[in-house]
Design a protein around this ligand. Structure first.
Ligand code: AMP
Length: 136
């Protein structure tokens, strides 16, 4: 028996406003939305981090993002949207089961999502470029 709330929703042990379901995914409305129509795309397989998902699941993730983003935009008549995946406590993840938020946005909403832009030191950008490329 899992303690994970999204595993319980995927297993239909607790209810959710299900928008879409496939063999590997369930999509439902966020119970406490940033704006009305805020949806969550959740892989049924339990993985805390996106990086733990197998590639075939990650590929379907992309397809569902496109499908659901269009539906949320049409339905809410939003002026834009954010796709947001908080990965890890430090990044704001509260439910430790990987999921993607689709958040409809309006110019008049109260959503603040800002960071300060850092500067690279001499050669640092090249170093990061090479470190990341070296891990591909
Ligand atoms: P995060 O901070 O990225 O882990 O986001 C977790 C999200 O899950 C929050 O926006 C919550 O409102 C949402 N949430 C938590 N429990 C439920 C639930 N039972 N049904 C729908 N959404 C939920």
């Amino acid at each position: 028996m899992t303690d994970c709330i999204f595993c319980k929703i995927a297993a239909k042990e607790i209810p959710a406003n299900k928008l879409y379901e496939s063999e590997n995914f369930i999509v439902f409305l966020d119970i406490s939305p940033a704006n009305k129509g805020h949806a969550l795309i959740v892989p049924k397989m339990h993985a805390q981090s996106l990086t733990e998902l197998p590639e075939y699941v990650a590929q379907e993730f992309g397809e569902i993002q496109l499908k659901l983003s269009k539906a949320v935009m049409q339905a809410t008549q939003a002026e834009g949207f954010n796709l947001l995946l908080n990965d890890g406590k430090v990044a704001g993840q509260e439910v430790m089961h990987a999921h993607m938020h689709i958040m409809p946005r309006f110019f008049t909403d109260d959503f603040h999502f800002k960071w300060t832009h850092k500067k690279y030191g001499a050669n640092e950008m090249q170093e990061y470029f090479e470190m990341i490329k070296g891990n591909l």
